[in-house]
Design a protein around this ligand. Structure first.
Ligand SMILES: [Zn+2]
Length: 210
């Protein structure tokens, strides 16, 4: 996932107008690709102890959202756990602070690195967008973690980033529809908290309907 701070913060209205154009273009209304799959429709999310505790609720909302799309897919979760090895834990998705490019709020890495199947994943959240208080990251950086609802117009939504990266972690690739969760990027004030209907349908098709 990428963002552009200068465009997002200075020209938010222009970007939103562009998004409306994109969403209204029939050629871009496409089936979101599921480019990797788990052998079974479940994984357990470990929220690393260095993640801001204030963001746990937003992570859990994103997890609950993916679990509520009528598919057999189920994310479990455990908060505030230690893990340093990114790929040794089969069945696990770890969310942890990670140094990423300044234009990238989050990144998902899926293991093994090749093939169409996976058995674990690592979600890195840009540590330069989190605030380090000397002991752990807080929610006072560019990534905002409100208890509920949206984010400020000049901040980025942690809940959207979590939703997007957890979408990669269950197998989705990118597509261009900005009404969906798996578009290429985010922007300041992004209000998206749910996958679109096409993504929910693809999730049910790939992992079975409930
Ligand atoms: Zn992405």
């Amino acid at each position: 996932m990428q963002l552009n701070k200068s465009v997002s913060t200075v020209c938010r209205s222009a970007l939103l107008a562009l998004c409306s154009c994109l969403a209204a273009t029939p050629a871009l209304a496409q089936t979101p690709p599921m480019d990797r799959k788990w052998a079974t429709p479940s994984a357990h999310v470990f929220i690393h102890v260095d993640m801001p505790p204030a963001c746990d609720a937003a992570t859990q909302r994103a997890i609950d959202t993916w679990n509520a799309q009528g598919s057999r897919w189920t994310y479990g979760w455990t908060s505030q756990n230690y893990q340093t090895d990114r790929q040794a834990y089969v069945g696990r998705v770890t969310i942890a602070p990670q140094r990423l490019s300044p234009s990238v709020p989050g990144q998902a890495t899926r293991y093994p690195n090749t093939g169409t199947m996976m058995n674990s994943a690592w979600v890195g959240i840009n540590d330069q967008m989190l605030y380090w208080n000397g002991s752990y990251y807080t929610a006072d950086g560019d990534l905002q973690c409100p208890t509920s609802g949206g984010v400020a117009s000049n901040r980025y939504s942690f809940e959207y980033v979590a939703l997007h990266e957890l979408g990669h972690s269950l197998g989705f690739g990118h597509h261009n529809d900005y009404s969906c969760a798996m578009s290429y990027g985010t922007f300041a004030g992004d209000t998206r908290t749910r996958p679109c209907a096409a993504e929910a349908a693809e999730l049910r098709r790939q992992y079975g309907a409930r």
